[in-house]
Unconditional design. Structure first.
Length: 184
């Protein structure tokens, strides 16, 4: 009796088709092939090994969870790098929010020895600002991301979002007022 041998995938696309059919071995092969290159890629943008590893690990977890609904338009390799790059952008945006929110508070920079209560208060304010940014309408979040986090001018922001400069200026003022009102 002849045994039928499973043919190993020869392309990334064949490997991903097997993953979509819940083939954990194919997923492990993909992970082993791309984990280190993606980690190296992430580390070239984020110079913190902990966050780099976390981004790549979370990406692979999400890839497995969403495997059945992911539609790849180009090559699997370019999809993987593009998806990880989006996670890198998100990480940088979150870090920027974390650091830039001091613009909207009256707190001085934290340096040297600081008592525990002040650190706890700063931590709470950081959580509040992140929470408030997430509650903003999308158009204001876009303005916040470009103007505050990425320090792009009103003119540049207007060009990127295809809005008039007057609209962008009004939205910037609304974002600032929103944050100040809710942080006090």
């Amino acid at each position: 009796m002849k045994k039928k041998l499973l043919s190993l995938p020869t392309t990334d696309e064949q490997l991903f088709e097997r993953i979509k059919k819940n083939d954990y071995i194919a997923y492990t092969q993909l992970y082993n092939k791309y984990q280190k290159p993606l980690l190296y890629f992430t580390s070239s943008y984020i110079h913190d090994s902990f966050y780099s590893e976390e981004i790549v690990q979370e990406f692979f977890i999400e890839l497995w969870i969403k495997r059945e609904v992911i539609k790849i338009q180009s090559s699997l390799s370019s999809y993987l790098y593009r998806a990880v790059m989006n996670r890198i952008f998100n990480h940088c945006r979150k870090q920027s929010t974390y650091h830039k929110y001091f613009l909207f508070t009256d707190y001085p920079d934290v340096k040297g020895d600081v008592d525990l209560y002040r650190l706890i208060d700063l931590s709470e304010r950081e959580k509040n600002i992140i929470h408030l940014v997430n509650k903003m309408p999308d158009k204001y979040r876009e303005i916040y991301a470009l103007r505050v986090q990425q320090s792009i001018s009103n003119k540049g922001t207007a060009r990127i979002l295809d809005r008039s400069i007057n609209t962008v200026e009004k939205q910037v003022r609304r974002v600032v007022h929103f944050l100040r009102d809710h942080l006090q």
